[in-house]
Design a binder for this molecule. Structure first.
Ligand code: PLZ
Length: 458
């Protein structure tokens, strides 16, 4: 059911550029920021935001920008949603903290009940709630190790799992995510993925390659868990070929390996399903959720088979702020909105609009190798003309041009060459059309010949 009345937004849903971008107030803030914030927290564009609604962000100079990134997939339901704001305000006046593992409260239980309902699989499921995606992945690893009594963690090439020491080691790219920040924990193995655009393999062939790697480098009886983003986010919207995950999940089952779907970026309605693993027809043992789950409030979760989740002794997992009353109130508002306003259907609408508007780019531009995605999660693979060689110089240019013209897309990919689109599922066709026009101007205005990144091998 879509809303009975057209949605109204506190900020008009239009792109409006009234100053150079970044504008004077942003530049003034940037000067203060350089003097006070670590440069390690690098930014895509130094445009300082003041407010947001739906798919529009308004900056401190009064410019309105089309947000195609949602702060990397977080504000799926739209910016500063009034229902979330009301739930947060109400809860903040009642109770902000007890620490669930000292004295519990109902919101935490309600979120766990809802997660058991919406995650794939028709069996008893239990959850823990934490603060961030990385914390969820790291807890999933701890739980899987405790359950299996095994040590090895398998991750896929091009994966992003977080920035804590363990999850940094589970993340593919050395630069800029890892360089100089080790040592890293052992027993983490990156294995070849299925990346149809680059390897041309069927799902079954790619799965056999992955399995062979595990057999010859690690040994299946050593493996506690296999971690997979069913649709990779930071890795470049890589969608393994049909059949890949079905075979991997079967292999995991046969070998007592816990199959973990990291749904932190692709989960919670973003891809036109509650969870993106549904597109692969696979039921994972554990699922991690974060980002879009609480409309911008920090919350993450691990949900999965009760016997796995309960393998840890009481007191073995926890944390001060995990599942705090306010973030869980926000999550309950988000779940309610997704159902009441059929935001899963809205994500499917966005998919149709993106395919319609961007799908022809592969024939229109010889620098566009592929446009792929699901729901409101798409990637545009930028290449050197007529090849499959990544074109990071073009991506850099497109991002600069777009942000200077009031559109905020994201970058992605191990070779920094995938233009990533993660708009809100409430974005209108008109805004998508306007944004696509700006991105086309960006591609067409590229003067460089394009520098190849490292030549991909898989
Ligand atoms: N797993 C699949 O996408 C976060 C990172 C932003 P946190 N991806 C965006 C940045 O620059 O650090 C992510 C993800 C997947 C885990 C994580 C980690 O989630 O909430 O950022 O810790």
């Amino acid at each position: 059911m879509t809303p009975a009345e057209p949605r109204t937004f506190a900020v008009p849903q239009e792109r409006k550029v009234v100053t150079a971008l970044p504008g004077p107030n942003s530049l003034a803030l940037q000067a203060r920021r350089v003097a006070s914030v670590s440069r390690g927290a690098g930014t895509l564009a130094n445009i300082y935001m003041e407010r947001g609604a739906g798919a529009i962000l308004e900056d401190v100079d009064g410019n309105r920008l089309i947000d195609l990134g949602c702060g990397i997939g977080v504000t799926t339901i739209g910016h500063a949603h009034p229902a979330v704001a009301a739930a947060v305000a109400e809860q903040a006046h009642k109770l902000t903290h007890t620490l669930f593992t000292v004295t519990p409260y109902e919101n935490y239980v309600k979120v766990a009940e809802k997660l058991a309902e919406i995650t794939p699989g028709d069996f008893e499921k239990h959850s823990i709630l934490v603060n961030s995606g990385a914390e969820a992945v790291e807890n999933a690893a701890k739980i899987a190790r405790r359950f299996t009594g095994r040590r090895a963690l398998v991750v896929l090439d091009h994966a992003f799992h977080g920035r804590t020491n363990m999850t940094m080691a589970m993340t593919y790219r050395p630069w800029p995510e890892r360089e100089g920040m080790g040592p890293f924990p052992g027993e983490i193995y990156s294995v070849p993925i299925s990346y149809p655009f680059r390897d041309g393999l069927t799902g079954e062939e790619a799965a056999e390659r992955t399995i062979d790697y595990i057999e010859t480098h690690i040994g299946p009886r050593e493996v506690a868990a296999f971690f997979a983003e069913p649709i990779q986010g930071d890795g470049g919207i890589v969608i393994p070929a049909p059949g890949y995950f079905a075979r991997i999940a079967e292999y995991c089952r046969d070998n007592g390996i816990v199959f973990v779907a990291d749904e932190i970026q692709a989960g919670i309605a973003r891809t036109g399903a509650w969870y993106s693993i549904e597109h692969h027809g696979v039921v994972p043992d554990l699922v991690t959720s974060a980002k879009g789950i609480a409309g911008g409030m920090p919350l993450a979760a691990v949900t999965g088979r009760a016997e796995i989740m309960d393998a840890v002794q009481p007191g073995g997992i926890g944390g001060t702020f995990g599942g705090n009353p306010v973030s869980t109130a926000a999550a309950l508002a988000v779940f309610d909105l997704i159902e009441r306003e059929d935001l899963i259907g809205e994500a499917q609408r966005v998919e149709r609009a993106i395919v319609d508007r961007f799908g022809g780019w592969t024939s229109k531009y010889d620098v566009v190798g592929e446009v792929r995605g699901k729901g409101a999660m798409f990637g545009v693979e930028l290449v050197l003309p007529g090849t499959r060689t990544p074109n990071p110089a073009l991506l850099k240019h497109v991002l600069k041009y777009a942000t200077e013209h009031g559109v905020i897309p994201l970058d992605a990919g191990s070779w920094d060459s995938v233009l990533r689109l993660l708009p809100s599922v409430v974005i209108s066709e008109a805004l998508l059309d306007d944004a696509a026009g700006v991105l086309e101007e960006a591609i067409e205005s590229f003067q460089g010949v394009g520098e190849a990144g490292i030549t991909p091998t898989s």
